[in-house]
Ligand binder design. Structure first.
Ligand SMILES: *Cc1c(COP(=O)(O)O)cnc(C)c1O
Length: 347
């Protein structure tokens, strides 16, 4: 008997299956695991360990601290830090055999050892300006890869994709012996022109649809279920929740469920989302509170106190919740709260 109020289950086997499926689509070179932001909120040590055991030998995180948190789970693997080399952190990179992703002449001048060169081809965030490439001196830096990042890979028709591919080809020509890394999740689905020596998917590993508007080719990875704390019968005309935004138009049964915006169940979902019970949708009614959300279970007599509603899973995917909340699946996953019980299905 679970005593938890909410349970997040992460299917490590599905993540590994997604990684293998991506690898099959990218025969030109290996497929890394992007595990920044705690593996998109799902648990970087667990995800890194599962991918490593499956044979993954290239990992990307955003920050040094994230790399340190997983280094011992991926011995000998390339563990690269995307967000640049903050002055003073060089000894930690060297001590833990981390690979910095260098995006400026200044960073290159400060580093000795293996690194990834990041060229900006359209994002204008991090990365070397292509006009600076001629000035790059690699006397002390051993470039493992030269990489760039696509800005619109999930929109295949966006002319930015071809523009970035051409700019990247020009940049690579300056480093003819250095392998290249290009595609993120959606980039892998752009076809051969976007194949490289190392793909860098994150989202698709975690079940987010890399081809929006088309059927999701990835396996679902997360289920999040929350406990029904109370069920009450309310007469017609009763208001539910903060600011009385929902009013019962019929005698109704209202289930109060142990999830709220403090858990990453966005306040903006009010009036737009459903949970799932026995495979059937259960509409959210009223405002989402910090710790509680109300659902109309009038048509679901089996919903009783102590039962569970599935708020995220194969029927209500991260992409579905994202669409309801006006965001993307990445933000849904990385917003998942820290206070529910987490379980991992082994790979
Ligand atoms: C986050 C990130 C990725 C992974 O992108 P997805 O869209 O999640 O596959 C790859 N490369 C860089 C530079 C990133 O910042």
């Amino acid at each position: 008997m679970s005593t938890e109020h909410a349970e997040l289950q992460v299917d490590l086997g599905a993540i590994v299956a997604n990684w293998r499926a991506l690898a099959a689509l990218h025969p030109s070179g290996p497929v890394a695991g992007v595990i920044k932001a705690d593996a998109y909120g799902l648990g970087a040590p667990q995800v890194a360990g599962a991918l490593y055991d499956a044979g993954c030998r290239h990992f990307f995180v955003a920050y040094l601290q994230e790399a340190l948190a997983v280094r011992d789970r991926v011995p000998g693997a390339m563990l690269a830090v995307l967000s640049g080399l903050i002055p003073g952190t060089e000894p930690a990179y060297a001590a833990h055999a981390l690979t910095p992703v260098l995006g400026s002449l200044e960073e290159i001048a400060r580093w000795t050892g293996p690194a990834i060169l990041h060229v900006d081809t359209g994002m204008a965030r991090l990365g070397l300006d292509p006009r600076d490439l001629a000035a790059v001196r690699l006397d002390r830096v051993t470039p493992r890869y030269v990489m760039t990042h696509l800005v619109s890979a999930e929109v295949p028709d966006d002319p930015m994709n071809q523009r970035q591919r051409q700019r990247f080809a020009a940049a690579r020509a300056l480093f003819p012996l250095v392998p290249a890394s290009l595609a993120n999740s959606s980039g892998i689905f752009l076809g051969q022109d976007f194949a490289s020596d190392l793909a860098r998917p994150g989202a698709a590993l975690y079940g987010i649809n890399p081809v929006p508007g088309r059927p999701n080719p990835m396996r679902p990875v997360v289920t999040l279920r929350a406990r029904v704390l109370a069920v009450r019968n309310v007469p017609t005309g009763t208001s539910v929740g903060y600011n009385a935004t929902w009013i019962a138009r019929r005698p109704s049964r209202i289930a109060t469920v142990a999830i709220g915006y403090a858990d990453g169940y966005f306040r903006g979902l009010a009036g737009r989302a459903s949970a799932c019970f026995d495979g059937r949708p259960v509409p959210l009614v009223g405002r989402v509170s910090m710790d509680l959300t109300t659902f109309d279970v009038t048509d679901h007599p089996d919903v009783q106190t102590g039962r569970w509603l599935q708020v995220l899973g194969p029927q209500v995917t991260p992409d579905d919740l994202a669409a309801a909340a006006g965001t993307n699946g990445y933000e849904v996953l990385t917003s998942l709260g820290r206070r529910f019980h987490r379980t991992y299905l082994p790979a």
